[in-house]
Design a protein around this ligand. Structure first.
Ligand SMILES: NC(=O)c1ccc[n+]([C@@H]2O[C@H](COP(=O)([O-])OP(=O)(O)OC[C@H]3O[C@@H](n4cnc5c(N)ncnc54)[C@H](OP(=O)(O)O)[C@@H]3O)[C@@H](O)[C@H]2O)c1
Length: 284
């Protein structure tokens, strides 16, 4: 019996990347899942692969009626809602320098990440409160913790997700609902190519090809010397969804290969060597 046997989960942004992988891991753990997303073809293809315990409902997380309908699908199709993974998100195509930055684009990023997750929590809570149980998992980012890893609007939105998580956790804890977040580091999904203007389906299909580039690019940042994978994030989401984490709420878990812990020692060693060379060449 899987740890989510008999449970029902909604996963926003389940048509690709981390959301799609989380849906597969949850189904393998015994859950039924409803995935959301804007791309109908991608959503239908994803549930066809997931099997009988999966449904797709088109939903743009910026639209409240879409989010409400997504949660309702869980109840209509599977009779309950136990877990929400608030995962839908987008990157930012060409970050502009602050003096040229556009307010509408800034607010749209907030609308998807902070607004969409707020709506998800609101409508999941309406269903979970009467049952007195539930687990909500919000997808934040390394960008919430460290500046310079993403565009200013994305970093701001993801930092907002951390406080949204804590605020919802303290309000919903007494009603039996836990709320936590995950902060992935760079994971080679389609999100990067989409930001660069590549067609979304092609971006998703070709994402694994980026792994070697990510290993190289992260060499001076991550202590773990491999690319992060959607699976790494999905497994943490599974733990947060399951009863094993029943005393954990209001927390953020980094899944970043050590980026937020500090610099790899190899970087410090190089600097120490340069300093040692500089010291040895100082005039006596
Ligand atoms: N990959 C990383 O390095 C990384 C790092 C930190 C955090 N994250 C976060 O992880 C989450 C998943 O990203 P990913 O890397 O898996 O990228 P992805 O493969 O591009 O997945 C993004 C998902 O969000 C959906 N989506 C985007 N805008 C939406 C909207 N307005 N309404 C509903 N769904 C929407 C997309 O579906 P449709 O296109 O079908 O709408 C897709 O299913 C995001 O919140 C992202 O910010 C990713």
């Amino acid at each position: 019996m899987g740890v989510l046997a008999g449970r029902v989960a909604v996963i926003t942004g389940g048509t690709s990347g981390i959301g799609a992988r989380t849906a597969a891991v949850f189904v393998a753990a015994g859950a039924s899942v409803v995935i959301g997303g804007r791309r109908k073809d991608a959503g239908e293809a994803a549930v066809a692969e997931l099997g009988d315990r999966a449904r797709f409902t088109p939903a743009d997380v910026r639209v409240e009626s879409d989010v409400e309908a997504l949660m309702a699908t869980a109840v209509d199709e599977f009779g309950r809602l136990d877990v929400l993974v608030n995962n839908a998100g987008q990157g930012v195509s060409t970050p502009l320098p602050l003096p040229e930055a556009d307010l509408a684009a800034f607010l749209d990023t907030l609308a998807v990440h902070a607004g969409g997750m707020f709506l998800g929590i609101k409508h999941a809570a309406r269903i979970m409160i009467p049952r007195g149980s539930g687990s909500i998992i919000n997808m934040s980012s390394i960008g919430a913790h460290r500046a310079g890893w993403s565009d200013i609007s994305y970093s701001t939105a993801k930092a907002g997700v951390l406080q949204l998580t804590r605020s919802a956790a303290v309000e919903l804890g007494p009603r039996g609902i836990r709320v936590n977040s995950i902060s992935p580091g760079p994971i080679p999904t389609g999100i990067f190519a989409k930001n660069a203007g590549v067609d979304a389906d092609r971006a998703d299909r070709t994402a694994p090809l980026l792994e070697p580039l990510f290993v190289q690019a992260m060499e001076n940042h991550q202590s773990i010397g491999r690319a992060g994978r959607a699976e790494d994030v999905a497994e943490v989401a599974l733990w947060l969804a399951a009863d094993a984490s029943s005393f954990v709420t209001g927390q953020d878990i980094g899944v970043d290969g050590g980026i937020s812990a500090g610099r790899p020692l190899t970087v410090a060693a190089t600097e120490r060597r340069l300093l040692a060379e500089a010291f040895s060449s100082l005039p006596t």
